[in-house]
Design a protein around this ligand. Structure first.
Ligand SMILES: *[C@@H]1O[C@H](CO)[C@@H](O)[C@H](O)[C@H]1NC(C)=O
Ligand SMILES: *[C@@H]1O[C@H](CO)[C@@H](O)[C@H](O)[C@H]1NC(C)=O
Ligand SMILES: *[C@@H]1O[C@H](CO)[C@@H](O)[C@H](O)[C@H]1NC(C)=O
Ligand SMILES: *[C@@H]1O[C@H](CO)[C@@H](O)[C@H](O)[C@H]1NC(C)=O
Ligand SMILES: *[C@@H]1O[C@H](CO)[C@@H](O)[C@H](O)[C@H]1NC(C)=O
Ligand SMILES: *[C@@H]1O[C@H](CO)[C@@H](O)[C@H](O)[C@H]1NC(C)=O
Ligand SMILES: *[C@@H]1O[C@H](CO)[C@@H](O)[C@H](O)[C@H]1NC(C)=O
Length: 590
């Protein structure tokens, strides 16, 4: 076999590909064959003898370490971890400025932190206790290898969960790191239907303690669905947020509310998992006097880099390590709004935006620390080099460009739609595309925006802005990490000369520059239906999405039983039958 031959040639020994994930009998493309080798960050003890700890974060368990390519090798055998989530219609006052209607998970905002370890199987029971909304929960960034029916996208991989009904999501944690989960049903996550997710595993830098997830979002005083309707008919762009929230709390403009506080002890190193869970805001973050050692971008471990500040598009994550080696005091964790691509009512009010880092022994109260000048730009970070190097074949041919445009219909109350190749996506909640594919049909309807990936090759996608509205879009892919070959302003000239095929940044969310292009590649190694969409919630609602139909004929074999899928659709059909629409689908549905 190609794999074994290469492995022997590279003198890798027997550990090398034990437990490789069978990929429907396809050999790994040569470019994906990586050397299973010793982690080198801080120890040279062989993997099998080295245990994960504060000074050996690169280790994990026998045969698995930070040097393992989690796309190519099965994770260690793990345990089953179960969570129960219930979505309810309630109110919330996170910044002291007053109550708002929200749809929360287990009555918490953000919802509970879901935590498992690399190789575990997560079982999450979701109950829809809303009186009159469907729902569906997506596990952002989770690869869902051979489990696309658990990806949680109503109208694509499932029928929505009907009011009063439940669904069990089951998936294997083949990756490790930080992410979040959120409703993918219409614009529902803007109602607060989200939480964070940690999969413990090895890391590329050492730390003493894990402070956990730090989600950052904007906050609106109006309900999300109200804003979504405004955004769909606006002639002046989306509504302006009233505030930001860091881990679910912040001060407001009138002096109420409180900052989120992280407590540390001098002399220790801490891991913080920063996530942008916003609806329409790019943020930059920094910690006064405490530079970040950045160790991941999304789920992908990177060669550590030191940064004074980081810019995060929606859906992006950075795990950082800080060294609490300063005078025991209070320090600002600063957040700035990317005003180049959005706004917030708190901008210009002379109120610090962010949270507080408090050393043990420091008095309560706001910090007096000073820091760097915060960015207001909306560009992705650069120099993010994956720790496990993988390369993209240089001879792959780009698919025809995907043209991103928009139209606004003056005769239909100025209905605004983003289009890909002329069409906004509009899914059918009663006939998810997965059902159509399982039925063996290729008739997906007028607004399905399906792009087929029939073979197990690499695919090279070219997203090109042709709209005169030159704003950046955070593009997120389900079922895969993509490899970023290039991006830029204007129109791509088709030349592959300057593109990055050798261990390019790989992640699951990347920014399409305003007015520009984004060039992505990934191998078709996960049969299923996977959406790729703009993560600005309003834009997804306004149609900015495609779906990849990957190796159609192999999906049924890959995902196994469809009994639960069918039951979910029967329950939804019973609720949403012709004539029984307590509300109308006014947007894309995702
Ligand atoms: C939530 O409650 C409000 C106020 O009672 C009601 O108007 C709304 O329809 C409810 N929404 C859902 C999704 O059940
Ligand atoms: C979901 O519930 C909200 C009220 O809570 C309502 O405004 C909205 O129309 C419902 N459904 C959809 C598809 O937006
Ligand atoms: C944010 O809040 C969650 C839930 O209380 C907690 O687990 C986490 O540690 C907090 N994050 C930080 C960075 O302190
Ligand atoms: C979150 O992403 C949005 C959209 O890409 C961006 O405007 C915002 O600045 C990001 N927030 C952070 C904290 O990076
Ligand atoms: C504190 O830690 C940072 C990051 O590790 C390091 O660059 C800096 O030199 C340290 N400062 C002191 C005063 O030890
Ligand atoms: C799809 O679009 C075509 C051409 O615009 C139209 O004739 C047809 O009725 C549409 N089909 C559906 C099911 O809407
Ligand atoms: C749904 O749309 C139809 C047709 O536009 C309209 O007659 C009906 O009143 C709407 N239903 C609701 C609940 O808004």
């Amino acid at each position: 076999m190609l794999v074994n031959t290469l492995a022997c040639w590279l003198s890798l020994g027997s550990l090398a590909f034990a437990g490789a994930i069978p990929r429907n009998a396809d050999p790994l493309p040569p470019s994906r064959v990586i050397v299973e080798r010793q982690a080198t960050t801080s120890t040279s003890v062989p993997d099998g003898q080295c245990t994960n700890g504060p000074r050996t974060r690169n280790c994990w368990s026998s045969g698995f370490s930070i040097a393992t390519d989690f796309d190519a090798k099965a994770p260690p055998a793990g345990k089953t971890v179960t969570y129960n989530l219930e979505i309810t219609n309630t109110t919330l006052n996170p910044d002291g400025a007053g109550d708002r209607n929200v749809m929360l998970i287990n009555n918490q905002f953000p919802g509970p932190v879901i935590r498992a370890s690399w190789g575990d199987t997560l079982v999450v029971n979701v109950k829809n206790s809303l009186a009159d909304n469907g729902t569906g929960i997506h596990w952002h960034g989770i690869r869902q290898l051979n489990s696309c029916q658990h990806d949680g996208v109503p109208g694509v991989t499932e029928c929505p969960i009907a009011p009063g009904k439940s669904r069990q999501y089951v998936f294997k944690c083949t990756q490790f790191g930080t992410s979040w989960y959120h409703s993918h049903w219409s614009a529902q996550y803007s109602e607060g239907t989200l939480g964070t997710l940690i999969i413990d595993g090895p890391a590329t830098a050492n730390y003493d303690e894990d402070l956990g997830t730090l989600p950052i979002t904007e906050w609106y005083s109006l309900p999300g669905f109200t804003l979504n309707e405004q955004a769909q008919h606006s002639q002046v762009g989306p509504p302006k947020p009233d505030n930001i929230l860091v881990n679910g709390t912040h001060v407001n403009a009138n002096g109420g509310g409180s900052y989120f506080t992280m407590k540390v002890k001098k002399g220790k190193k801490y891991r913080i998992r920063i996530i942008n869970t916003s609806v329409d805001t790019t943020f930059s973050v920094s910690m006064d006097k405490h530079p970040f050692t950045v160790i991941t971008s999304d789920f992908v471990p990177i060669k550590p880099i030191v940064a004074d500040q980081l810019t995060l598009a929606i859906g992006q994550r950075y795990d950082v390590v800080i060294n609490a080696n300063q005078t025991a005091d209070n320090y600002w964790f600063r957040v700035s709004v990317g005003t180049d691509c959005g706004s917030n009512d708190m901008v210009g009010k002379d109120i610090p935006l962010g949270a507080i880092l408090q050393y043990d022994g420091a008095p309560d109260g706001n910090p007096t620390s000073t820091g760097v000048t915060m960015r207001t730009s909306c560009n992705d970070e650069t120099n993010l080099v994956p720790f496990v190097p993988n390369s993209v074949p240089t001879d792959i041919v780009p698919q025809a460009e995907m043209q991103l445009n928009h139209h606004q219909d003056a005769t239909d109350n100025f209905l605004f739609r983003w289009t890909i190749d002329g069409s906004p996506i509009i899914v059918d909640w009663n006939q998810p595309s997965l059902q159509t594919a399982l039925e063996g049909s290729s008739t997906f309807g007028n607004n399905s925006n399906v792009y087929e990936m029939p073979s197990s090759n690499w695919y090279f996608w070219w997203i090109q802005t042709t709209s005169f509205i030159a704003i950046p879009h955070p593009i997120h892919l389900h079922g895969h990490d993509f490899y970023i070959l290039g991006s830029g302003a204007g129109t791509w000239d088709g030349s592959t000369a300057g593109l990055n095929f050798a261990n390019p940044t790989r992640r699951d969310t990347a920014t399409l520059p305003g007015g520009g292009y984004l060039l992505l590649a990934f191998p078709a190694d996960n049969p299923g239906l996977w959406v790729m969409h703009c993560h600005i919630a309003w834009h997804a609602s306004q149609g900015l999405s495609v779906q990849f139909l990957e190796r159609k004929t192999e999906i049924k074999g890959a995902i196994g039983s469809t009994a639960a899928f069918d039951q979910g659709c029967n329950e939804w059909d019973d609720y949403w039958f012709p004539g029984n629409h307590p509300y109308n689908q006014t947007d894309s549905g995702i």
